[in-house]
Design a protein. Structure first.
Length: 101
């Protein structure tokens, strides 16, 4: 609303303030999405630490997230070297994970 009234009255300071607030809100929203992913990674990592050999389905049930989300977390944590696959030859749904040594 501030941007609209600023535009009709040619108040450029109010217009720039309104635009700045929009950009800041978008940045905070993006940061929240990034942090949510990190929190999810930590929950998955903590569960695997407490339950070595855990499978994706069991982890998803334990942390209360969909399996596809947990699969992304497990993939990212494995690529980062924090987790290791127990058995590479197993079907992706049956793979189990443990902390790396």
């Amino acid at each position: 609303m501030n941007a609209w009234t600023a535009q009709t009255k040619a108040d450029y300071a109010a217009l720039s303030t309104a635009l700045c607030l929009c950009v800041c809100a978008a940045g905070l929203f993006g940061e929240d999405l990034v942090q949510r992913g990190h929190r999810q990674d930590l929950m998955v990592l903590a569960h695997v630490a407490a339950h070595p050999g855990a499978e994706a389905r069991g982890i998803a049930r334990a942390v209360g997230s969909p399996e596809r989300v947990v699969a992304r977390n497990l993939s990212r944590l494995t690529e980062d070297g924090l987790l290791a696959l127990v058995d590479d030859d197993a079907h992706p749904a049956l793979r189990s994970y443990r902390l790396t040594s």
